[in-house]
Write a protein that binds this ligand. Sequence first.
Ligand code: SF4
Ligand code: SF4
Length: 205
Amino acid sequence: MFGFLKQVGDYSREAVDAAYGITQGLAVTFDHMRRRPITVQYPYEKLIPSERYRGRIHFEFDKCIACEVCVRVCPINLPVVDWVMNKETKKKQLNNYSIDFGVCIFCGNCVEYCPTNCLSMTEEYELAAFDRHSLNFDNVALGRLPTSVTMDPSVQPLRELAYLPKGAMDPHVVPHTDGRAGQLPQEIAAAAPESTSHSKEDSSI
Ligand code: SF4
Ligand code: SF4
């Protein structure tokens, strides 16, 4: 008799535990049903990167003066500036320029400090490779402009989920040409109070 009661007690406890587990799982499921989707069908669909996305660096060979500022401000001294002194013109002559994107941390320091603006960050984020050495881009590879997600006819561009207009839950129903939620960086800069720039000037005096 005692054994039978123990069996019933164990069975009841397991049934309650199972019901609790199922309820917890369903609670998570129902909670996610009210959220925006967070995945896209890559590579057939691609998210449009935000305006200030820091992707693969673009380099303009003709504008580089081989000053090596980009090397000095890089936290890992990554850019390789290969130059020789031209004795006739008495100026540096750039032979090659390279950045290894297998090592780069995309901090943007080199872009920020380059005196001739020959470096810029693009929206290219597809840098996967089978061989890490193929990520060492020379000036020819760095000079290639990326294909914009919105210009590529083979993919469906989708608005980033954080930038969907208010009330929109599905990026598929929002045309990529529609304005995004929030202000663009240039709109924020234009709306910034003038006192900010004055205070900067004052502090530099
Ligand atoms: S900072 Fe700019 S101009 Fe100077 S070496 Fe680097 S890329 Fe060239
Ligand atoms: S983005 Fe940062 S880590 Fe990459 S090359 Fe420029 S300074 Fe170096």
